[in-house]
Every structure is written in C-alpha cells, then in structure tokens.
Design a protein around this ligand. Sequence first.
Ligand code: NAD
Length: 243
Amino acid sequence: MGELDGKVALVTGGARGQGAAEARLFGEQGAVVVISDVLDEEGERTAGSLGCDYLHLDVTSEAEWEEVVSNIVERHGRLDILMNNAGIFQPAQIVNTSTEMWNRTVAINQTGVFLGMRTAIKAMIAAGNGGSIINTSSIAGLEGGFGATAYTATKWAVTGMTKTVAKEVGKHDIRVNSIHPGVIVTDMIADMVTGKEDRMAAKQPLRRLGTPDDIAEMALFLASDRSSYCTGQAFTVDGGVHG
Ligand code: NAD
C-alpha cells in the first residue's frame, strides 16, 4: 500500500531536478502524477521514464493554469496535491538587477505560485476532498540571500503567501506548507557548484550537499496524511545551514 494511494498530484517544473524526484516518489507511493513544465521535450522524456502524464504549463500564464487543472479534473476526477516547484534563480545584487530580471523572477517564482494556489484551491473546494499544497521556497525565504535580491524577495513572498492562504483554506481541509531547500545539486545551481562540491560540503553541518531526493522525502511527508495536522508551516531541508 502506498502513502498516496487514490490521490492525484500535479508537480510544476517537473521535467528535471527536484520536481522530477518528487514526481517519481509520489508515483511510487501510489499517486496518479501529472508533471508540467516549459521544457516540453525534457518533460515528455521524464514523464515517459516515470510512467506519468506530461502537460505544458508556463506557471506565469493564468489561461494555462486553468487549462491544465481542468484537464486533470476531467481526466482523473480530482486534484489532491499541488507541488508548486517551478522556479528560476538568476543571482544578482540589487545594483545589477535589471527591471526585466526582477519582473521575470516575480512572474515565475511568485505570481506562478499565487496562480497555482488560486486555481487548484477552487478545484479542491469544488471536489470536496480537501488537499495539500506544497510551495517551494528556499532558505532565501527565511533569511537574507546575499547577491540574489529578486530571488530572495520572491521566496519570502512564497513563505508569506503559504502562511496566509493556509489560514484561509483550512476550513476546507486544504493544507498549505512551504519547503525551504538549502544547496541542492541540480541544473539550477550547476554553475555555482560544479568543481567546488567538496569545499562547499565541508562548510555544511552535515558535510554534504543536498540532493533532489532529500527534498522529495519532505514533499512526500507534506503531501501525505502523515502531516495531517501541519499547515501554514515552513519546513527547512538544508543539512543544518539555516538555524
Ligand atoms: P531546476 O532548474 O532543475 O528546475 C526548475 C524547473 O522549473 C525546470 O524544469 C524549469 O524548466 C522549470 N521552470 C522554469 N520556469 C518555468 C515556468 N515559467 N513555468 C514552468 N516551469 C518553469 O532547479 P531545482 O533545483 O529543481 O528547482 C526547483 C525549485 O527549488 C525552484 O523553485 C527553486 O527556486 C527551488 N530551490 C532550489 C535550490 C537549489 O539549490 N537547487 C535551493 C532552494 C530552492
């Protein structure tokens, strides 16, 4: 028996990295999983290897959110888990942050999470089965993130939206929590990490960098009924760096 038997999950940005690891674990635990991304070829390939569906979804598009959530509800009758994972990271101190970079980061990391929650919550309330929404923030959503003004602003927004929306939708048995990854080795930070893994790991309390599977395990806990009395909370998975 799986922890997510009978549940239907949507994982945004699921073509690779943490999203792909979350999709794999959710599927292994019995969920019907749909992954979405803007990287269609990689997304189709990942979905093929996981045995799940792929749907194109640019998280900045209100129309695409409506289409994808309607499609899932038509096909599977419900949506129980929304894993808001998609995000971008373009490091820059404030003096080097162009307005274009700022707006793009806000559109994907912040507005994308807002649109996803709003669309999914309407479908969850209509279905009447409750639900679990997991928003991917960062340790940059808990402290200052030197050299990443736009990114840090959006991740704090995710932390705040999570706490607020959790209070609004608890009465529908919809839980909303955020995950705060530390340094997780994925394509997103390859430029910062490649060749420096050992040096970076030596500075971590647990003496290693994080993996997508480390995050997927926390996502599974939050998606499943094991966390049924947790909502509006920030869960840090960073090897002990923030604290
Ligand atoms: P990643 O770059 O491998 O994955 C991010 C995914 O989001 C990609 O597949 C990308 O195509 C997708 N994406 C980007 N823009 C999109 C859009 N407009 N619509 C839909 N999908 C879009 O990186 P990752 O490390 O797996 O990142 C996953 C999440 O974790 C992100 O929200 C990121 O900010 C967060 N995070 C990562 C780290 C880290 O160290 N890797 C640390 C803290 C938080």
